[in-house]
Design a protein around this ligand. Structure first.
Ligand code: SF4
Ligand code: ZN
Ligand code: ZN
Length: 312
């Protein structure tokens, strides 16, 4: 059987079939298509200004390191753009330590300054300690990821302010976005459904605006980009990962995508069309300042302080 030829350059050998578009791409055209897609998303959602200081949230995994590499490349043509990588050290023994080393090595290679914020420093406890305390008190309702998600979101925002960035770039992929949409529906959290979007609104002076340049790139392709570009990343899963509702939703969406190519884009685009109507409802909910820590909060006491009170 003949080796398939790339449908873009029509010369090199193809290695990847993009099911939802029908393209068959060689390695070079594939990586170029990912970089072009990220640039197109940033343009479409007006994510960048010419003199931004971006705090890039780098976990050490494939998605965040692919994003860091693409932004570093973009920066060569945008001399006024500043990049600082920000990594949150949740304090997950045997997992985060390895990811940190990989994040540090990548930043060094790309000559990007790196800043680490840790749960222990910010909150007085590592995630491991929080989970241990919560479980010994019989608090079994919330998964480790529920604690981690809330505490990490706040830590990234604080880290971005510490390095004086005006925006945070996160590597949420199309898969992450679609999973979040469905999770918010399953949780009945309509306000969050309106708020989570490719570029967040500036609703509180202490909240750094978030941009998601990978929101239209499937996770599989962001991983493939890292492999083809030979980017070193951590691929051992977090020991708490299997507890997440997100995993069940991921399985469900991947099943649908395999059977009906394009499902992920359809859900993402449906949400984009629905959002303006939801935002009208969400507008009535204003952001406050937490009475305990002084950070932005939907209620008088923010979710982080509420969780920390429980474990204390
Ligand atoms: Fe945190 Fe859960 Fe991700 Fe582990 S899998 S880093 S606990 S959100
Ligand atoms: Zn090609
Ligand atoms: Zn608080």
């Amino acid at each position: 059987m003949d080796t398939p030829v790339c449908s873009a350059c029509k010369t090199r050998e193809a290695f990847f079939h993009r099911q939802y578009s029908g393209e068959t791409l060689c390695k070079k055209c594939f990586t170029q298509s990912i970089e072009a897609k990220a640039r197109a998303t940033m343009t479409r959602y007006h994510m960048l200004s010419f003199d931004d200081h971006l705090a890039v949230a780098v976990s050490g995994g494939k998605d965040s390191l692919s994003l860091l590499h693409i932004l570093a490349k973009l920066k060569r043509f945008r001399p006024k753009t500043t990049l600082t990588a920000v990594t949150v050290d949740e304090g997950i023994k045997g997992y985060r330590d390895e990811a940190l080393e990989i994040a540090v090595a990548n930043c060094k290679k790309l000559e990007i300054p790196h800043h680490i914020v840790s749960f222990k420093e910010l909150y007085g406890f590592t995630l491991d300690e929080i989970i241990f305390k919560a479980r010994s008190k019989g608090e079994t309702e919330l998964t480790a990821c529920a604690y981690c998600g809330v505490l990490r979101r706040k830590a990234i925002n604080i880290g971005a302010r510490q390095v004086k960035a005006n925006k945070v770039a996160t590597a949420h992929t199309l898969d992450d976005e679609v999973q979040t949409i469905l999770m918010n529906i399953f949780h009945g959290d309509i306000m969050r459904l309106a708020k989570e979007k490719p570029v967040t609104s500036e609703v509180h002076p202490l909240l750094v605006q978030k941009i998601k340049p990978f929101c239209e790139i499937p996770e599989k392709e962001s991983a493939l980009y890292a492999y083809v570009k030979k980017i070193s990343f951590q691929d051992t899963p977090c020991p708490y990962a299997s507890e997440a509702l997100r995993n069940d939703i991921r399985g469900m969406i991947n099943y649908m995508e395999a059977k009906h190519a394009g499902t992920k884009f359809t859900v993402f685009k449906a949400m984009e069309r629905l959002r303006p109507a939801l935002e009208e409802t969400a507008k009535k909910e204003s952001f406050k300042t937490c009475v305990e820590c002084g950070e932005p909060s939907a209620l008088d006491l923010c979710k982080t302080c509420e969780m920390l009170r429980q474990v204390r």
